[in-house]
Structures are given as C-alpha cells and as structure tokens.
Design a binder for this molecule. Structure first.
Ligand code: PGA
Length: 263
C-alpha cells in the first residue's frame, strides 16, 4: 500500500505536476545569524522547492551578498499598495526586495490580529496584483473539528477568497491546510486526517471552479517535525509543508526538506 502511494506521489508524470514545496515560517523569530545559516547550510534536494518566510526585516539579509538558494517571501502584507498605514508593508515592496510570495490568512493573523475573511481575500488580491504568490492558510479549531464541521469551515475560508478572484489567478496560489489545534502544540494531524482534508479541498476546487485542482499545491502545516514528516508526505494529496518551530533549526529543517523529496 505504502509503495503504491509513493509511486503515485512521486512517479515521473505526477512529479512534474506538483513539485513538493517546503516553506519555513519563522514567525516573530530569527536573526542575522539564522539568515547566515540559511545562506550557507541550507541543503535543497533537487526535486524539492524551498521557500523562506523570515520577519520582513530580514528579507534583504537573505538575498544580499551570497544569497540563499531558497526563494524568499514574507508572512504578511497590507492589502493596500501604499498609504497612511504606520507599521505596515506592501506586497510591491516585498517584490522590490526580491521576495516572491507572502503567507496570507495565517491563523495567528486571523485570531490575534482579527483579520476577517474579507481582509484575507483583499490581501490575497494585493499579492496577485504585485505578482507575489499568495500562500493561503486555512484551518479549523479543535471545537469545530469535534463538532464535525471542520470541512465546511475550511472550505468556507477558501470559498471566501475564490469568490473575489478569478479562478485562473487562484490556480497560481499555494494552499496550506493548518489545523489550528496542531500549530505550535506538538499535536500533529494524523496522515489520514490530513489526506482527507487535502483531498476534500482539491475535489471542492475541481467541482466549484474551472480548475482541475490538480495544479494546486496543498501544503500541510502544524507541528511538522522529522518524525512525522515522512508519513504525511506519503499521502497523495499532501504536496509539502509549512513549517514553523522546526524551521528555526537548520539541521532539522534540512532533514524535513530531504524527507519531502521522498529519498
Ligand atoms: P508549527 O507552526 O510548525 O510551529 O506548528 C506551523 C505554522 O504556524 O505555520
């Protein structure tokens, strides 16, 4: 069974379709020292893409001098392109500094900074306009999972964005399923639960848009570590990871990237 899944996941014809992607989300952590490690010690397997989301202040440290071999981006942008928004950064500025993506709608932004679905959708569009790839995060609370409404909640978060943008544009985004109860808790979704949600999202996208759903990478996030990554990546619809805590240690992060390569 495992061999069959691995074959489907990594067979040459499917492999081209969705190259595994691993994103490091440093959150409010990191330093010039960590940037240096990600420039000199990061090992990216040839069949994996690696992106780094440091605090925006460190974007330039990662791309200047001898740049990191990973693509870089940010954890959040403002929805407007410019204006009187003290303390904010715009998607165009990220692009100007060499960034290629922004995380959008992370649950910490939704809960701690009160970002509504509507604000998340505006930020998604701001990224697309500035030619940054949005990495849209969705996920349910433990209560919602226990109530049996996880799939509905998560799909509604996607649908809110889909309603406001051209599906072709949506097709160029990345999606990250991050159950809120698994973020930073050490409790990881079972591979079966992750696969169930990822498969659901892919088929809902196929049913509700002109997209096939096959073009979209769906990453899993929430307590990804060396010891759970291989079972998660073996799932047919898990196309990579959004890694928080374990991305602050270059050795662990390199191992997770290696696991994502399937080798
Ligand atoms: P974690 O965070 O890996 O520390 O659980 C993941 C995330 O919030 O993106």
């Amino acid at each position: 069974m495992l061999l069959a899944i691995l074959w489907t996941r990594f067979a040459p014809w499917t492999f081209q379709l969705r190259t595994p992607l691993v994103i490091a989300n440093w959150k409010l952590q990191g330093s010039r020292d960590l940037c240096g490690k990600f420039k000199s010690e990061l090992r990216i397997p040839s069949n994996v893409e690696v992106w780094i989301a440091p605090p925006a202040l460190y974007l330039d440290s990662l791309v200047s001098g001898q740049p990191t071999s990973a693509k870089v981006g940010v954890q959040n942008v403002h929805f407007d392109e410019a204006g009187a928004y003290t303390g904010e950064i715009a998607a165009g500025m990220v692009r100007d500094l060499g960034g290629i993506f922004s995380i959008v709608g992370h649950s910490e932004r939704r809960t701690l900074f009160h970002e509504t679905d509507q604000v998340v959708a505006q930020k998604f569009l701001a990224c697309c306009e500035a030619e940054l790839t949005p990495v849209l995060c969705v996920g349910e609370t433990l209560d919602q999972r226990e109530e049996g409404i996880a799939k509905e909640v998560v799909w509604n978060q996607v649908a809110e964005v889909l309603e406001k943008c051209d599906p072709a544009v949506f097709g160029r985004a990345q999606l990250a399923y991050e159950p809120i109860w698994a973020i930073g808790t050490g409790v990881v979704a079972t591979p079966e639960d992750a696969e169930d949600m990822h498969g659901h999202l892919r088929s809902m996208i196929a049913d509700s848009t002109v997209l096939t759903g096959e073009e979209l990478r769906i990453l899993y996030g929430g307590s990804v570590k060396i010891d759970n990554a291989s079972q998660l990546i073996a799932q047919a619809n898990v196309d990579g990871f959004l890694v928080g805590g374990a991305s602050l240690d270059i050795v662990q992060f390199n191992s997770i990237c290696q696991i994502a390569s399937g080798n």
